[in-house]
Design a protein around this ligand. Sequence first.
Ligand code: PLP
Length: 294
Amino acid sequence: MTRQAWVNGVYVAAEEAKISPFDRGFLFSDSVYEVTAVYNGQPIDMERHLDRLERSLKELKFGTLPDRKELAQVHRKLIADNGISEGFVYTQVSRGAYGERDFIAPDKPRLTVFLFADSKPLLDVPAAREGIKVVSLPDIRWGRRDIKATGLLAPVLAKTEAKARGADDVWLVGGDGLVTEAGSANAWIVTRQGEVVTRALSHAILPGITRHALFDALSQQGMKIVERSFSVEEAQSAAEAFNTSAVALVAPIVELDGMPVGSGAPGPVTRQIQRLYYQAIGADVAKAAPWAKG
Ligand code: PLP
């Protein structure tokens, strides 16, 4: 089956999709993106992803927004036409192409909007079952990480370095010694007192949609989330740690900088949070993730 993508209003075979080399997304990373998970053929939290996309575009003063209803329809059609049961939809919006290279942004941009969808197992994957190893590295990213922009060179380098060191992911650490977030996920710990902790929202981190969903899912169970920063040392002596993102969902962390976190295996609170999140996206945990059962 030929994979279908969508560029500026037209469905095309993904391999045939064309974007100008003068596109400001290519020349300047003058563009933003979203990754929406798909489970059981349904986009997960799409409205929140579209909210965040619009916020990113407003913060970067794009001055114009893509048609939200159309984007939602394109999500659904790409999922259906590409036969995606489990996977993701990728959306990128750039400030467009003008046949020149000018730092100054045009007053009225002609946006480039590109979407594609892909199949990918999300739930029953080794990272979720067995946990991941993480190393910490300095956070050298720009100062507006709350905007989901495509300037991703720093996490590309950090994740590549983490892999070279035998790890599965990276935690990025600010100049103050505190963890900002993972390479492409929000970072969490569970303290020995049982507190579920994640960094408060600010310009330093992306307001994760999965993070947001956990606030809803946990509060429905009467569970509290404490928003505060923590260091690598605190995380190493915490009971549990995990990452959250649209495609990693809830990934237990079993090792941090060569030290086991907690027992060195996914802990009971992380398992409970996995179950709550899987239920929130409509999964039958007993069937789809029996290893996460309590
Ligand atoms: N933080 C960063 C830097 C990310 O790139 C991502 C996702 O790609 C996240 C956090 C998690 O956000 P979400 O849960 O919306 O996928």
